[in-house]
Design a protein around this ligand. Structure first.
Ligand code: RIB
Ligand code: CA
Length: 308
């Protein structure tokens, strides 16, 4: 029986690959795609999602979220994803259109109409997820789990203490992490091990077909920023959150208590992971620390074959 999921994303190179991985999986039933601002503005992340889905021949309800986080100005990441938010491949205009409801309204509609609990897979800031929980508290019990890409037990990538998705909207993350919904957190601890090397990119390119070539071109561009940062491969963040739902054995997790820093001068947006259980508080999050990288790459190669 397929797992019903909703993907909330900010394409973004790794978000785009996460979408393609999800739609290629026989384990998942992607009911909707909702869009959040982050890697680029809401307009650009929406446009990118529609173009990728259309290019891959996927038809799914897509809804846009707000233009900014709950309480802060938007920060974006053109240095990573380019001015379009999806620099690299030349993609034709989409023949998909966003539906005329807001992201949280589409999430609520899918959850309300589903006879099974829904798994949410956010791969951007948690603005839409937090707003959904605030506006539709009665639907929280129909959320099976949240498998998110964000945070880190150790370190940050947009400040020394914070990972980008959480830092974009710390207040939203705080609401989500306090929601009581089971969370699997694919943070930098694991995504910095989900490295895609040149030989992996060539394996994908050599599958052939327009989607495989497009994914290789996305990875070619995505590598530029990360090689300049000294990585030997590109950390493929967002597909980790999808891969765990497809096959939880691909990640190694530890159940820990996690709080979100919403005030710190130097630590704003940090996921404060109680790694040594000092606080003896409820362990609300399954935090991922390791990945079967070989199987992860095989999963991606199989996914691009699906579109041929
Ligand atoms: O820190 C990495 C995360 O920020 C990824 O989700 C990437 O797409 C950006 O949203
Ligand atoms: Ca993302």
């Amino acid at each position: 029986m397929r797992i019903p999921v909703i993907i909330d994303c900010d394409p973004g190179h790794d978000d785009a690959i996460a979408l393609l991985l999800a739609f290629a999986s026989e384990k998942l039933d992607v009911k909707a795609v909702t869009i959040v601002a982050g890697n680029q503005t809401q307009e650009k992340t929406l446009n990118n999602a529609l173009k990728v889905l259309s290019f891959a021949g996927v038809n799914v309800p897509v809804a846009k979220g707000d233009d900014k986080p709950l309480m802060r100005d938007l920060i974006i990441a053109p240095e990573v994803h380019g001015d379009s938010g999806l620099d690299g491949p030349e993609l034709p205009e989409s023949n998909l259109k966003a539906c005329d409801m807001l992201a949280i309204e589409l999430i609520a509609k899918v959850v309300r109409e589903s006879d099974k609990k829904i798994t949410l897979i956010p791969t951007g800031a948690l603005t839409n997820i937090a707003k959904f929980l605030l506006c539709y508290p009665e639907l929280k019990e129909k959320i099976e789990r949240i498998s998110l890409m964000g945070g880190a037990c150790f370190g940050g990538n947009w400040s020394p203490a914070a990972e980008f998705n959480i830092l974009v909207d710390p207040e939203a993350a705080d609401i989500v992490f306090k929601s009581g919904i089971p969370i699997t957190m694919s943070g930098l601890d694991v995504t910095h091990k989900a490295l895609i090397y040149d030989e992996d990119v060539e394996r994908i390119r050599n599958v052939g077909g327009k989607v495989a070539v497009m994914v290789a071109e996305l990875l070619d561009f995505f590598a530029k920023f990360h090689m300049d940062m000294g990585f030997k491969g590109s950390p493929l963040h967002d597909p980790c959150a999808v891969a765990w739902v497809i096959d939880p054995s691909i990640l190694t997790t530890k159940k820990l208590h996690v709080d979100i820093e919403t005030k710190g001068e130097h630590t704003l947006g940090a996921t404060v992971v109680d790694y040594y259980d000092v606080l003896k508080k409820e362990k609300n999050v399954d935090v991922a620390f390791d990945i079967d990288r070989e199987r992860f790459v095989d999963m991606l190669v199989e996914a691009v074959k699906y579109y041929n």
